[in-house]
Design a protein around this ligand. Structure first.
Ligand code: AVI
Length: 334
């Protein structure tokens, strides 16, 4: 039996979208670039390195929660459940869940959805080697495209994973709207398991996003290297510095690439000259942090109800098991 299948979006469409978004973002005031473009092969490798940094507590805290509760989570599901993961990356933490489900059922279908095809292929190869009863249907696409592969399958319940506080890279309104779309793919027995980073003191947050070894700075600057390689850009990385700041009133880390001097950068494929003033910034990422009330409000806005909420020992991070709320129509029928 062939246990691996890869579904990939058209790479020309993705290249055109990158070109269009870079042009629009660098012509905008203030300048911005979408954080989904961090994840080329180099950016994905740098993100994996971030996950191991002493300052980046996010991955360790979530792993601690999954280590403690993967078995109990798997116990809630009937035989034959399949796992679908949005933004799977290298699937490292997901292994805890895969192992727990495979202790309870003979076979498991796992559908990782990620924007980076190389990472999907490499992690699928390792998963298939380590779990002979696993089948992997990998989808190389961004989230919204990936949602199309999340259709309701009445006879096979699913658990959708959205881990790593990936929700934090959406604005709060966009997060609710996206989760509503996820909810629309859930049948009554399906569930969503969502990792959400919690609001905390500024110092811990700012050092998590501006580490001593400069890995996060490299991750941020790699966006310029990607524009150089894929769009014929002439960015000099030495003329930009990484900046991460916690905007407490809105509860988000903001990342920027700040030009250290006034200069102009040409991007050949866009036939564009971009002028930078000294200290002018390109806004490259937001990472929203949530209070428990904000998680509740988000679930409610998306038509989801919380069945379980789990925390690490230091209560830095939460893993939330969410079910589709019964619709008003369904309630009326009762
Ligand atoms: C992928 N995402 C949830 C990470 C975060 O924490 O927002 C991306 C990241 N950016 C800098 N460090 C990690």
């Amino acid at each position: 039996m062939d246990r691996f299948c890869l579904i990939a979006a058209d790479s020309r469409d993705r290249h055109n979208a990158f070109a269009r978004d870079v042009k629009a973002g660098l012509l905008a005031r203030p300048k911005h670039l979408n954080c989904c473009y961090f994840y080329d092969a180099e950016g994905s490798a740098l993100f994996e390195a971030i996950c191991e940094l002493p300052e980046y507590y996010v991955t360790r805290a979530e792993r601690e929660i999954l280590q403690a509760h993967a078995g109990a989570i798997a116990d809630r599901f009937p035989q034959g459940v399949r796992l679908v993961e949005l933004g799977s990356g290298n699937s490292a933490k997901t292994r805890l869940l895969i192992a727990a489900f495979l202790q309870r059922q003979e076979h498991l279908q796992y559908v990782p959805i990620d924007i980076c095809r190389v990472v999907l292929q490499e992690s699928a190869r390792e998963l298939l080697r380590d779990y002979p009863k696993l089948e992997v249907v990998a989808v190389a696409a961004e989230y919204r495209e990936g949602l199309r592969h999340l259709r309701k399958e009445a006879e096979r319940p699913k658990l959708v994973l959205w881990l790593g506080s990936n929700v934090g890279n959406f604005d709060r309104g966009e997060a609710a709207e996206f989760l509503r779309q996820v909810r629309d793919t859930l049948g009554p027995d399906d569930r969503l398991l969502m990792g959400v980073d919690l609001r905390k003191e500024r110092r811990a947050l700012e050092s998590a996003y501006d580490d001593a070894q400069g890995v996060t700075a490299d991750f941020n600057l790699n966006l310029l290297t990607r524009i150089n390689r894929e769009l014929g850009g002439h960015f000099d990385r030495n003329r930009f510095r990484h900046r991460a700041v916690y905007n407490e009133s809105v509860g988000r880390i903001e990342m920027y690439l700040v030009s250290t001097c006034a200069h102009t950068v040409r991007i050949d494929a866009l036939d564009l000259e971009v002028a930078f003033a000294a200290d002018e910034a390109i806004h490259t990422e937001n990472s929203y942090k949530y209070s428990l009330a904000e998680i509740d409000a988000l679930a409610h806005a998306a038509g989801l109800v919380t069945e379980a909420q789990l925390f690490d020992g230091d209560r830095r991070f939460s893993v939330n098991l969410l079910a589709p709320a019964r619709s008003p129509d369904a309630l009326r029928c009762d």
